[in-house]
Design a protein around this ligand. Structure first.
Ligand code: MG
Length: 231
């Protein structure tokens, strides 16, 4: 048992080292990077499809579509107008790690990216432990799940900066309580920024997209001031 723990520690510190390299590489180019996590079926790909439809012409978005099997999600993102989409099939692993991200990052022309979104494997446990070099984790929960998810998977909600509550159009069709999920989330992480969205009727997508544009604008401002300092 002891050996197992120390091996796991070693794997994680190697992951952290690689994640830090990725973070520096993205930071140098002022690229905003998000690690999108959720249970399977909460709507990560749907949210990204809508995001692409709204923002494709406005900012340059790179997407890494992680899945255990199939490139279905990557294909959906391409069909939604994604021009820079890389599938990342783990072949069984329940999470993405920094080494996998490093291996696909070379496929992007990083100088042309404003925003990189990594769609993680659908799972609220393992992805919590792996830094991918992102600026922040965004956790998605849908109204078709239990509103106690934040309490059941506290590590994920603690490590996320943002919570998106998706399928808001289905509120009232189950026992899911919006108030309850918010108070559960606040118990774990009072700092969480919250969006409420529906990819079917468009609720909240404008707020979500303008927040993303705001992040990108802020990073671009930093990029400019960095260049000024260099000259
Ligand atoms: Mg997906």
């Amino acid at each position: 048992m002891k050996t197992r723990i120390s091996i796991q520690k070693k794997v994680l510190s190697e992951n952290d080292r690689l994640a830090q390299q990725i973070r520096e590489e993205l930071d140098n180019r002022s690229i905003v990077a998000l690690n999108l996590v959720s249970s399977p079926g909460a709507g990560k790909t749907s949210l990204l499809e809508e995001t692409l439809r709204e923002l494709s012409g406005k900012i340059n978005i790179g997407l890494i579509a992680g899945d255990v099997q199939t490139e279905n999600d990557a294909n959906r993102l391409l069909a939604a107008g994604g021009r820079r989409v890389m599938p990342l099939v783990t072949g069984g692993a329940c999470h993405l790690d920094a080494k996998m991200i490093t291996s696909v990052l070379v496929e992007f022309e990083l100088d042309q990216l404003d925003l990189l979104v990594i769609e993680n494997v659908g799972n609220l446990v393992c992805p919590a432990g792996y830094d991918l070099g992102e600026d922040m984790k965004v956790v998605l929960i849908s109204t078709t799940e239990g509103d106690d998810k934040p309490l059941k998977y506290p590590a994920m909600f603690r490590r996320s900066r943002v919570m998106v509550i998706n399928k808001i159009d289905l509120l009232g069709t189950s026992d899911f309580s919006l108030e309850q999920v918010k108070s559960n989330a606040a118990r774990i992480n009072p700092e969480l920024k919250i969006f409420e969205t529906s990819c079917r009727d468009g609720t909240g997508l404008e707020a979500w997209c303008s927040w993303l544009v705001g992040l990108v604008d802020k990073a671009a401002g930093l990029r400019k001031s960095k260049k000024l300092h260099q000259h």
